[in-house]
Design a protein around this ligand. Structure first.
Ligand code: SF4
Length: 462
């Protein structure tokens, strides 16, 4: 029987509407990125990437120091830091806080960290309603679905889909323009903002030297979530800390460009603790939940530690030839695309979905666009080695034999040169039937060159 992931992938590949939606949305995001990081538009882009990489490397190598500095500064500004070893501890804190403050309505802005710990579902079991306020997340919550993409969660939904959903769930008129659909969602959400006792956000960056939480968004709902309710809770992975406020110049310049092709996102909020005397807005209470949930396990591996540099821009998804075909629901965990392929096995253990690191062509597009220069292909290879060495996933006999022959030929260039033309002629006569037919239904098999590069080179030199 086929594995569930194979079904999901087959379904995605066989759905032309979905294929078009993924291809055009990721294409638009990738084009936007390319335009804003081109040498003409942003001459310092490569230097800035390197700088961001160095800052992340330094911070993670001294994570204990910066987290303690962050805690001191958050508390000096009247906030409180909660250390959560796992999702259970983070959820328990939020549930108890809601009970103590007698609230059963929470507004939330988009946060992959709270998706990771299934916060909404657990709160619902305790009778607490958590309402997503990011438009894409709100649509998915109404539809009972999970985010399809790190930064564009409802990327796979068409306007018609959303219009039908709003008709059904909000009893709204059938509207299909983005403006009208947004107005419908806004009217429904405004009530929730006014009624909610707690606002929960994630965090894009945590600044150690000032105890600041930085939120980056385009809709303004995160800003409302942390200022309209009386209590603000920010839930963040421990890896989001950066040393100094001045480092923000590096990361903010990279994040918007890499995510959506914007030089800067529309709203950047710098939040430092609860409202102080004389201030007009802001929450009365502020809590920062610092979540481990497997991060220190990743941190312990010096080679793969760089997986934690991720600033969740989504550029690797938009440029990945695999994600652009199979989409976000084919991946087993909340993090999809290339970053999901390296985070999931490290967080969940390599036994859980051992196929994941192998589902890559290792083309390197992800590493090329990553603003913090995470060497994703290198980590994929390390994970493959781990899985193979542990005997969890074994290639078939034919595959093993083919790779052994290939490796042997590569070590014997003279023989390779003799064999290559024969192989090229044989490949052109392969019958397009049987297993090859299925393989070719999604791919091209261009004819191999009749003459090798070496031959051409020799002729040219003559
Ligand atoms: S791995 Fe790099 S490109 Fe992918 S989401 Fe993270 S920061 Fe962005």
């Amino acid at each position: 029987m086929a594995e569930p992931y194979q079904h999901k992938i087959a379904n995605a590949l066989g759905d032309p509407k979905l294929q078009l939606a993924i291809y055009s949305a990721t294409g638009r995001l990738a084009d936007g990125r390319r335009r804003t990081v081109s040498t003409e538009a942003f001459p310092d882009y490569q230097e800035l990437r390197q700088h961001a990489h160095e800052i992340k490397k330094h911070t993670l190598n001294h994570l204990d120091f910066y987290l303690q500095e962050l805690e001191r500064n958050v508390e000096a500004r009247g906030g409180r830091v909660i250390w959560a070893r796992d999702g259970q501890e983070a959820r328990a804190f939020i549930r108890n806080l809601a009970r103590e403050r007698a609230t059963n309505l929470i507004v939330k802005s988009k946060s992959m960290t709270t998706e990771e710990i299934h916060l909404n579902e657990h709160l619902a079991q305790d009778g607490i309603e958590a309402v997503e306020t990011d438009l894409g997340e709100y649509i998915l919550q109404l539809a009972g679905e999970k985010p399809f993409h790190i930064i564009a969660p409802a990327l796979h939904k068409t306007r018609e889909d959303i219009a039908h959903l709003f008709e059904r769930r909000l009893h709204a008129a059938h509207e299909t323009t983005p403006e009208r659909l947004t107005a419908i969602a806004r009217a429904a959400l405004r009530e929730k903002f006014l009624e909610a006792g707690i606002g929960i956000t994630g965090a894009n960056f945590l600044v150690a030297d000032s105890g600041m939480v930085v939120l980056v968004e385009n809709e303004g709902n995160a800003r409302l979530s942390c200022s309209a309710p009386r209590i603000h809770v920010a839930v963040s992975g421990i890896e989001k800390v950066i040393p100094r406020a001045q480092d923000l110049g590096v990361f903010l310049n990279l994040l918007g460009r890499s995510a959506t092709g914007q030089p800067l996102s529309v709203y950047t909020s710098f939040l430092s603790g609860p409202r102080r005397e004389g201030e007009l807005d802001g929450p009365e209470e502020f809590y920062l939940v610092l979540l481990d949930n497997g991060r220190t396990k990743v941190l312990a591996d010096a080679e793969k530690r760089q997986s934690l540099y991720c600033i969740r821009c989504g550029a690797c998804l938009n440029n990945c030839p695999v994600y652009r075909k199979i989409g976000g629901y084919s991946y087993p965990w909340v993090y999809s695309g290339p970053i999901g392929k390296i985070l999931t096995p490290q967080f969940m253990g390599v036994h859980q979905d051992p196929w994941l690191p192998f589902a890559s062509s290792l083309c390197g597009a992800c590493a090329e666009v990553c603003p913090v220069k995470i060497e994703i292909p290198k980590i994929l290879l390390a994970l493959r080695a781990e899985i193979t060495e542990a005997g969890i996933q074994k290639g078939g006999m034919v595959e093993k034999l083919a790779f052994r022959m290939w490796a042997w030929l590569m070590r014997h260039p003279r023989i390779y040169e003799r064999v290559a033309p024969v192989a090229a002629a044989a490949a052109s006569r392969l019958p397009r039937a049987g297993p090859l037919k299925a393989w070719l239904s999604q791919r091209d098999l261009p004819p191999l060159a009749r003459r090798s590069f070496r031959q051409l080179w020799r002729e040219r030199r003559k």
